[in-house]
Design a protein around this ligand. Structure first.
Ligand code: PLP
Length: 366
């Protein structure tokens, strides 16, 4: 018998958002008819400068990637207000940075804290290291973290604490005061996941000046429109970043992703337009959903909205399936721990896409 590591045996497969190709095949639809609002992608598409840079770089595909990424770290430092040696860049998006946190900090039996519901990939990525998730609470009424529940979960085995703000999938924020309370309650590393910070206009990067046990996690997948290129980064103090560099796969960021990231950061107009576009569309979609009887929608600071659908008489799986038949992909949140089977997350699209979703939803429930 082939022997698999014990830590792997208890792991449930991660359930990602479903792709247009998959749905077209399963529901016998044309790919062009499908509206994808399931994975919090950028409805505007990528920066034209990124597309051009990638095309030009294709001629160098036979070369290995750059490993130092100095120019990209400088550009990220300018964008974030940190210095280049405080930055680590991952080539499988922010997900790679989470994996590096696992490699760097998690021993078998060590613990990480996640207030639920939150991004499920933390657990998926860290369990293979033999690490144990400890669940704290997200206050669904206030749509923010239950800070006491996090602090009460801290013990000698705690190595990492994940605070996602805006939180995926709820869209709520964690206040600076509460982040500070948690930072001051522990010597474990507090990971503030700012994957969606641009849509809230709030960052906690300044706290790096005062706290050694903080890492800010970010991505190019959302406001930067590069989900398919898989670029993420972490910002912390140089000591932590240096440890993480010891275990980082040296060539994980491809040449094409590298130039796409650089070109997007240089395209300030695109970044501004992309953020404003999603915020405007989010507020539009929110106002439309407030008008739909039987749906309770949570206020969001990200590029998606979470809604409670129990009053419709259907659960999230049934409603999602009806939407799929009409060519609209949204996220059934049943696989998110901490939520029951009545929650759906819808990403902000173009206003036309938002309307397609609203019309299909009304048709199903009215
Ligand atoms: C909260 C949060 N963190 C991190 C990520 C990972 O992003 P990336 O695409 O950079 O791996 C996501 C992706 O959806 C996310 O929602």
């Amino acid at each position: 018998m082939i022997r698999v590591r014990d830590a792997i045996l208890g792991i449930e497969p991660y359930v990602p958002g479903r792709s247009i190709k998959e749905i077209a095949k399963e529901y016998n639809l044309k790919e062009s008819e499908i509206v994808k609002l399931g994975s919090n992608e950028n409805p505007l598409g990528p920066s034209p400068k990124a597309v051009k840079a990638v095309k030009l770089e294709t001629k160098n595909m036979h070369r290995y990637p750059e490993s130092g990424l100095d120019d990209l770290k400088r550009a990220i430092a300018d964008y974030s207000g940190a210095s280049p040696n405080q930055i680590i860049v991952g080539g499988d998006g922010a997900d790679e940075i989470i994996d590096l946190l696992g490699k760097t900090f998690m021993d078998p039996g060590s613990e990480f804290i996640v207030p639920l519901p939150s991004y499920m990939y933390y657990e998926y990525t860290l369990r293979p290291y033999g690490a144990r998730p400890v669940y704290a609470k997200w206050d669904m009424e206030e749509n923010t973290v239950d800070t006491d529940s996090v602090i009460e979960s801290i013990n000698d085995r705690t190595r990492l604490i994940f605070l996602c703000t805006p939180n995926n999938p709820t869209g709520g924020l964690i206040s600076e005061d509460n982040i500070i309370r948690i930072l001051e309650s522990t010597s474990a590393l507090v990971v503030v996941d700012e994957a969606y910070f641009e849509f809230a206009g709030i960052s906690n990067i300044k706290l790096l000046e005062d706290y050694e046990n903080l890492l800010i996690l970010r991505t190019f997948s959302k406001a930067m429109g590069l989900a398919g290129m898989r670029i993420g980064y972490g910002i912390s103090n140089t000591r932590i970043i240096d440890y993480m560099h010891r275990v980082k796969p040296v060539f994980s960021l491809t040449r094409l992703s590298h130039v796409a990231a650089l070109a997007t950061l240089s395209d300030k107009d695109y970044i501004k337009k992309s953020v404003n576009f999603s915020i405007k569309s989010r507020e539009y979609l929110y106002s439309k959903l407030l008008q739909v009887d039987k749906i309770r929608v949570l206020k969001s600071y990200a590029n998606y909205l979470l809604m409670d659908v129990r009053e419709t008489g259907m659960n999230a799986g049934q409603l999602t399936d009806e939407l799929l038949k009409r060519g609209v992909i949204v996220r059934d949140c049943t696989s998110f721990k901490g939520l029951d089977e009545y929650w759906i997350r819808v990403s902000v699209g173009t206003m036309k896409e938002d309307d397609r979703f609203i019309d299909a939803l009304k048709e199903i429930i009215e």
